[in-house]
Write a protein that binds this ligand. Structure first.
Ligand SMILES: Cc1cc2nc3c(=O)[nH]c(=O)nc-3n(C[C@H](O)[C@H](O)[C@H](O)COP(=O)(O)OP(=O)(O)OC[C@H]3O[C@@H](n4cnc5c(N)ncnc54)[C@H](O)[C@@H]3O)c2cc1C
Length: 447
């Protein structure tokens, strides 16, 4: 075998440049949906993420369940379609997604690796241009338009030009870098380090009422370094695995603070497993940590948009004229370290996301999707879950296909609503849902 030779390489000052109709920043639920929907509408699309792989928190923070995808009540219909349809169809067929009852609705458990690989196949097959490991650090702006993004990568600087942009960064980073004023909760909304435990006797865990492990967390949590006394254990599609959403961390917006918070959260995961081994040896005696998720951040900065989702609007189920998505998920507020505040809604409840809450006041060619739209913190605590994130991404893509060189402030709302009509009208007879739920056969409310 001939050994490889050597060549001299030197740094060049050349910037890498890309151009597309649409640039999506962030590849979580909202950004992924926006990118794939926009590509299907014929736009050339670049999707950018600071992480080394696509998927956002749905993959990298090991979220593991899709909430806000179904209406409420005893036999809820699905409220979000679009790219969610092929994703669910494939994952269900592969045994990588199942639904179960919780919080007066259905939630979908999904296999994290299955989600990641589905995303990657779609991006390659549809020729969306992926840019990973690229941190957006500046924007070029002419009046009310962003003309280009400046990114730092391991391989040097990159500039991306586009006609319009979707900010699905979770932190409203485009508006932030454009110098716009943003909103933020005046109280820390805590994040979580999720964890997957393997080697668990899931038959025992499945039969264990939540109160059993919550009582153990309350009684002995401090001894094991826990700060949270509630949360969930979700059985996974793979045998012997459960997903734990049972830690709380602060989510400071500085790199040292967040790094430390992540480490403290992983220590909580270790403590949790040690507690469970001590209290429930038959279920957890042979268990170990298979995966620590990356720090899960629920809420940080949000845009100041043309309109705002309020807590009262969520409770009242008021439908704004420019509604583009809906959900009935509870207000799920993580401001206390020990417990989560839940406000669960009734059978016929639905609340709505106005397009105006996605459009930053000061910019014409940027639309926001996901957990950084304009909403009061407790209202965002409902609409930030992944079902509505997908619906917002779809609306953003359809608006981008319509906007051209114009402004998101002057979108034809009726045309946009027509394009996402199945996300605005309830389909209780969704055949896919019917098969999916009866197969699972668990009708008792699990949450
Ligand atoms: C611990 C936890 C548990 C949750 N549990 C559930 C659940 O069970 N079900 C559910 O439906 N929802 C759940 N949620 C909520 C849900 O996961 C998030 O709100 C949702 O994933 C947000 O999606 P997103 O697309 O808006 O943002 P994200 O998924 O956060 O994606 C944003 C992406 O933008 C990238 N980015 C940010 N800044 C930059 C930059 N400057 N340059 C380049 N890229 C950048 C990030 O790397 C990231 O990948 C949970 C959230 C947390 C934190």
């Amino acid at each position: 075998m001939q050994h490889p030779g050597m060549q001299t390489v030197r740094r060049t000052s050349q910037q890498q440049r890309l151009a597309a109709d649409l640039c999506v920043v962030g590849s979580g639920a909202a950004g992924l949906s926006a990118a794939l929907e926009a590509r299907a509408l014929g736009q050339s699309v670049v999707i950018v993420d600071a992480a080394p792989q696509l998927g956002g928190q749905a993959v990298n923070s090991a979220i593991g369940t899709i909430c806000g995808l179904y209406a409420n009540g005893p036999s809820p219909g699905r409220v979000t379609h679009g790219v969610m349809d092929p994703l669910l169809a494939e994952m269900t067929a592969n045994g990588q997604a199942t639904a179960r009852r919780a919080r007066n609705t259905l939630i979908v458990d999904y296999a994290i690796n299955g989600w990641m690989r589905w995303v990657e196949r779609q991006i390659l097959d549809t020729d969306v241009m992926p840019v990973t490991g690229a941190v957006l650090r500046g924007v070029e702006r002419q009046d009310r338009r962003i003309t280009a993004l400046q990114l730092a990568t391991r391989w040097g600087d990159m500039v991306i030009e586009a006609e319009s942009f979707v900010d699905a960064s979770g932190d409203a980073v485009l508006s932030w870098l454009a110098g716009l004023p943003l909103n933020q909760s005046d109280t820390d909304i805590h994040g979580t380090i999720m964890a997957v435990f393997e080697g668990v006797d899931t038959d025992i865990v499945n039969e264990m009422p939540r109160e059993t492990y919550h009582a153990a967390m309350r009684a002995r949590g401090a001894e094991f370094g826990l700060v949270r006394h509630d949360g969930f254990l979700f059985p996974q599609a793979e045998a012997g695995k459960v997903l734990a959403n049972m830690t709380h961390i602060e989510t400071p917006q500085d790199p040292v603070g967040l790094a430390r918070a992540g480490m403290k959260g992983r220590a909580q995961v270790d403590g949790l497993l040690a507690l469970f081994k001590a209290e429930f040896p038959e279920a957890f005696g042979n268990a170990r940590v298979a995966t620590y998720g990356q720090p899960g951040i629920r809420q940080t900065r949000t845009i100041q948009g043309r309109s705002r989702i309020t807590v009262e609007g969520v409770r009242a189920g008021h439908r704004p004229d420019d509604a583009i998505a809906r959900c009935s998920w509870p207000i799920e507020l993580h401001t206390e370290m020990a417990d989560t505040h839940w406000e669960v809604f009734g059978d016929d409840h639905m609340h709505w996301i106005p397009f105006g809450a996605m459009v930053p006041e000061g910019l014409d060619n940027v639309v926001t999707a996901g957990r950084c739209i304009d909403a009061e913190p407790a209202a965002l605590a409902s609409v930030r879950v992944m079902g509505p994130c997908f619906a917002m991404g779809r609306a953003a893509a359809n608006a981008a296909a319509q906007v051209g060189a114009g402004s998101f402030h002057q979108i034809d709302v009726a045309a946009l609503q027509a394009a996402v009509a199945d996300n605005l009208s309830l389909t209780k007879d969704d055949p896919w849902t019917a098969g999916f739920v009866s197969e699972r056969g668990r009708e008792a409310d699990g949450a």
